[in-house]
Ligand binder design. Structure first.
Ligand code: DNO
Ligand code: MN
Length: 404
């Protein structure tokens, strides 16, 4: 696989040399400075490429392997009349990226919120810190802070009662922190919100149920995937994170059936997946290794990360890369076999780009505030090192049989 990490651009406290030293050959980045919906000018894409390649003559070479993300405008998700202009802009950005040789594009189709957590510094037994999602904390935000009409129907009476009790004993600071964590938008999310006015934005989705959102996704795919196909690109939709509806907003990229449906909606190889094990793995009904096998040819990009489900329903934290609920041995095995299948078809088939999705805050990074939650250097370096070792072992065992 092509080993990559996400880089948030010149503002990222993690440097391109950090990525090199972690063993990356590819960089995953986006033009975060441009507003959602704008055409990405070719000159801006080339400028970012020059930054990435600036030290290539004298050091281990890096290249821009994957765009994450080319964000989809809310008008497209809502199916508004303005969507066609935004779709044209999207197609134009794809043309510009292809002209620069950047051919893999990750995006997601989650309404309003990108990935969501309720705790960004959950202490693990070894003293490192992880991202965590606690369903009862989301209920507390929803019922007590946002006070969304109709919210009570989304929680069991027991969860709702426990959330209200917990909220009654909570300090104003802790409540404000929870609201910031849910609304601020995590790294890579292009939008963040304030509590005031948030309900009005949610109301704009009142008419968009899961069936409508799915229809809007398929409409988008039928418009952009053929363009990507003609340009020799791979579009890679990122699954919902977490893979269930939040705050009354529908989510339609959560299950194997969802993925099969969106691939069938425009059945060209360019219409493909970001196979994010951490997102999909939160649902016990997602058979990850089987999905990696069944969707193999349509996987254009891989996020490897393990989540650990906790006792309370829908609650999980990000575990060590090889130690969560995800059977990483089986998943990486399926992906290595998929890569070999591609190479058998064409010797020039490019390596499948993968990144260690997130990592824990650990070692020196615990004392260095400022890194993006989930995206500090050392935890991701550890994750990548473990995953590279796993991949190496699987490859040798496949080629040579087990060691004697
Ligand atoms: C979560 C992360 C997300 C992801 C975006 C893709 O698993 O990988 O930030 O990058 O949702 O659009
Ligand atoms: Mn991911």
């Amino acid at each position: 696989m092509l080993h990559t990490m996400r880089w948030f651009g010149p503002q990222d406290p993690v440097s391109l040399f950090d990525l090199r030293q972690a063993g990356c050959a590819g960089v995953v980045t986006a033009l975060h400075q441009l507003p959602v919906g704008a055409v990405w000018p070719e000159a801006d894409i080339r400028a970012r490429q020059r930054l990435i390649e600036a030290d290539n003559a004298t050091h281990a070479p890096l290249h821009w392997a994957v765009v994450e993300s080319l964000p989809v405008h809310e008008a497209i998700k809502k199916g508004l009349p303005a969507r066609d202009a935004y779709i044209e802009a999207y197609q134009q950005s794809l043309r510009h990226l292809a002209a620069c040789g950047v051919r893999t594009v990750c995006y997601n189709f989650m309404p309003m919120l990108d990935w969501s957590r309720t705790d960004l510094a959950y202490a693990l037994p070894d003293g490192s810190r992880a991202l965590r999602f606690v369903w009862q904390d989301l209920a507390m935000f929803d019922l007590c802070l946002l006070q969304r009409p109709g919210a009570a129907a989304d929680y069991t009476p027991a969860v709702a009662a426990a959330a209200r009790r917990q909220f009654a004993g909570m300090s104003a600071d802790a409540a404000a922190q929870l609201a910031r964590t849910v609304l601020r938008g995590l790294p890579g999310a292009e939008e963040s919100f304030a509590l005031t006015g948030f309900q009005a934005l949610l109301d704009e989705y009142a008419a968009v149920d899961a069936a409508a959102l799915r229809e809007h996704l398929h409409y988008f795919l039928r418009a952009v995937a053929p363009v990507a196909q003609a340009l020799g690109m791979g579009l890679a939709i990122h699954p919902d994170d977490p893979p269930f509806p939040l705050l009354g907003l529908p989510r339609v990229v959560s299950t194997e059936a969802d993925l099969a449906g969106l691939l069938a909606a425009c059945d060209v190889p360019a219409n493909g997946l970001t196979f994010c094990t951490g997102s999909l793995g939160v649902r016990p009904d997602n058979d990850l290794a089987g999905m990696a096998r069944r969707f193999g040819p349509r996987i254009h990009f891989v996020h490897l990360r393990a989540t650990r489900r906790e006792a309370d329903p829908r609650t999980f934290h990000e575990a060590d890369h090889l130690a969560g609920d995800v059977d990483m041995y089986a998943v990486v095995g399926a992906l290595v076999r998929e890569e070999e299948r591609r190479r058998a078809t064409s010797a020039a088939a490019p390596a499948l780009p993968m990144r260690p999705d997130h990592g824990h805050q650990m070692l020196n990074d615990l004392h260095q505030p400022g890194a993006n939650p989930g995206y500090s250097a050392i935890g991701r370096l550890r994750g990548l090192a473990e995953l590279r070792g796993l991949e190496y072992g699987i490859r040798r065992a496949l080629a040579e049989g087990p060691p004697s």
